[in-house]
Design a protein around this ligand. Structure first.
Ligand SMILES: Nc1ncnc2c1ncn2[C@@H]1O[C@H](COP(=O)(O)OP(=O)(O)OP(=O)(O)O)[C@@H](O)[C@H]1O
Length: 342
């Protein structure tokens, strides 16, 4: 069961943009004007094809790379403006769980040494208490005390991911960004790690951004889902709403292709054709237009905005699509009462 979430935005991201500048001055538009919010205790999924900019968003939120522009507020504080001690303290409350737990650990250090390092760095506990805290955390993530003295190469992928989660949680963060935390694992390990994260999320009242290309994972784990295409967020909706009532042609194609994979279905009208264009040279107007069956001249000329699709603010369903706007306008005209004449 998903926990109830408090109705206040804990994380607010506005117009977040990252253009990497290559030698010769060409720009990779990895993230372009991403805006979203995450309520306190909520899990937001961020999905999209490889290369659409998901990990760049994680790196921007964690201040691992500077943005080109935009704002990030966590618990009311402007994360991108922070410096020095304030930034160091903030970093403790925001932790990243990596896709590949092996590369996140130093192979020459034992698990215990790797887990104690951030504790010592942040001075959270007296040095004599650190080992006991690490052992408590190992148990909390389902590992025995014996793992304290093991080296990464003596652990399986699932065990290492438990270590990675434990290491992030030792600093008692409030906001966890999980970047493909299960994609390096086999399916039974994947389920175990997801169950562990679900349980810890409730127990520790964590706010989570779950980055993945696995739609089944987000449908099980997340309250809301943001769909990304070529650097932009194209749809955000509550998870159940997104699957029952997807609006953006890209979201519909993603859901259709995951069903194709799962059930071996025939190709449907909602599948996209071709590969995504390069973020070095994205299409004008709507970025999906070169692959979208519904695109017309307006899609090439003007960029659609991310707009709320319902009056009821609580539903929080947003779409960035001219085709959706056309269809919605037609439906509105059809639903309007006829004006009596004569
Ligand atoms: N340091 C960098 N310099 C130049 N381009 C970069 C850099 N980092 C990422 N990119 C480019 O930015 C785009 C977005 O990359 P990103 O890793 O954020 O995508 P992603 O959606 O996380 O993909 P994946 O699921 O494969 O990890 C890609 O085209 C990538 O090549």
């Amino acid at each position: 069961m998903k926990p109830r979430v408090a109705h206040s935005d804990f994380v607010i991201v506005e117009g977040l943009t990252k253009h990497y500048v290559l030698s010769g001055g060409r720009q990779v538009r990895s993230v372009d004007g991403a805006s979203f919010s995450i309520r306190h205790g909520e899990a937001l999924g961020l999905v999209g094809e490889s290369g659409c900019g998901k990990s760049t968003i994680a790196r921007l939120l964690m201040r691992l790379t500077p943005p080109t522009s935009g704002r990030v507020k966590v618990d009311g504080r402007d994360v991108l403006a922070m410096q020095g001690e304030e930034l160091r303290k903030m970093r403790r409350t925001m932790q990243l769980v990596f896709q590949d737990p092996y590369s996140a650990l130093d192979p020459s250090m034992t698990i215990g040494q790797s887990m104690i390092a951030p504790l010592t760095q942040h001075g959270l506990y007296m040095p004599g208490d650190c080992k006991a805290k690490v052992l408590d955390m190992l148990r909390e993530v389902g590992l025995t005390d014996a793992f304290y003295d093991r080296y990464p190469h003596q652990c399986s992928g699932g065990q290492l991911q438990r270590v990675g989660i434990g290491r992030a949680l030792l600093l008692r963060p409030e906001f966890l960004v999980c970047d493909e935390p299960t994609s390096a694992l086999d399916s039974s390990m994947r389920t175990q790690i997801l169950n562990l994260l679900s349980e810890l999320r409730i127990r520790l009242r964590l706010t989570i951004l779950m980055i993945t290309h696995d739609l089944r994972l987000v449908s099980r784990f997340c309250d809301r889902i943001a769909v990304m295409y070529l650097g932009q967020i194209v749809e955000i909706a509550p998870a159940a709403d997104l699957f029952a009532n997807p609006q953006h042609p890209y979201t519909r194609a993603l859901i259709a292709s995951s069903l194709l994979d799962e059930h071996g279905l025939e190709e449907t009208i909602d599948t996209l054709h071709g590969e995504p264009p390069s973020p070095l040279n994205p299409p004008s107007g709507c970025r999906l237009r070169t692959r979208c069956a519904h695109a017309d001249s307006r899609c090439a000329e003007t960029e659609p905005m991310l707009r709320s699709i319902v009056e009821n603010e609580d539903t929080r369903h947003f779409v960035r699509c001219h085709y959706f706007e056309r269809i919605a306008a037609i439906r509105e005209m059809q639903d309007a009462p006829a004006i009596a004449t004569g």
